[in-house]
Design a protein around this ligand. Sequence first.
Ligand code: CP
Ligand code: NVA
Length: 331
Amino acid sequence: MVLETLKGRSLLTWLDYSKEEIRLLLDLAKKVKDQAKRGELHQRFLGKTIALIFEKRSTRTRCSFETAFGEEGGHPVFLSTGDIQLGGKESIEDTARVLGRMFSAIQFRGFEQSAVEILVKYSGVPVYNGLTDSFHPTQALADIMTLEENFGDSAGKTLCFVGDGRNNVARSLLVICAKLGVNFRIITPPELMPDENLVRSCASLAASNSASIYVGPDLAQVSGADALYTDVWVSMGEEALKETRKKLLMPYQVNQALMDRTGRKDAIFLHCLPAVRGEEVTPDVINGPQSRAWDEAENRKHTIKAIMLATLCGDAALGGSAVSPHNTSDG
Ligand code: CP
Ligand code: NVA
């Protein structure tokens, strides 16, 4: 399979991608990271533009899209909903129609998954889901990349998400793990289980890839895990639930005792960030030697660049030689 097959595609959820397509993106992300480490400069987005729409706050996602696109010669335009007409005077359909005439691609972070679907339908350009209430697919690709940097091929490895099991990050991990054959455990109280339909379809996908899915409250499921993963107990937009969530999730805090229950000294800790130390994770774990949260954050940029390269450039993502600031006539 070649990257050309991904040209023109959007990324709303990993449900729309095959295992082979996800593997292509992971391979490309590794190449892109190697190029960055060698200091190679490329201009693969020269002449292209991307609209970055943010209804919710962001550090990593915004900075990844903006720097990955800009350093390759593209022109990113940051649009917060405080600045543009979207959601106020203008419908998402009309905004999509207009942006599709001016931009090569659109990134959207916000509340409703239906918003990214409408953007795809009416813009005619690739749309990337930079987080909705339902899914956070670009995060999950960086998470798998980080898992593979530590343990090699993720197929057959075991990842445990401990915390709010119905949130966007847990749901995206559920899908990508099922597709790639990663054993995935969501350890969460009954009140926060992800929707049954998604769990059922992912469990059957996982089984077809020789992997298993567990969703339930049993903390003993961390035993033997390669990685423990957590996320904030209160996602953006749910601030009113803070006290209820704290009571519900305190038993699911990732602390050193829980890391030790993996029975693996080499088990790693992952967190999408931002983190609330003292709630979903203790400071000693996130700052400690088993934490890979900072590699994971860096990998957001490499994976996001890979997604944009494949979907905007196809096979040309790999072609072309590096440019160098020293290759100038007076250099
Ligand atoms: N992990 C993540 O999406 O971070 P930001 O909210 O800072 O983009
Ligand atoms: N679940 C979190 C993820 C932040 C990156 C949220 O939606 O706020």
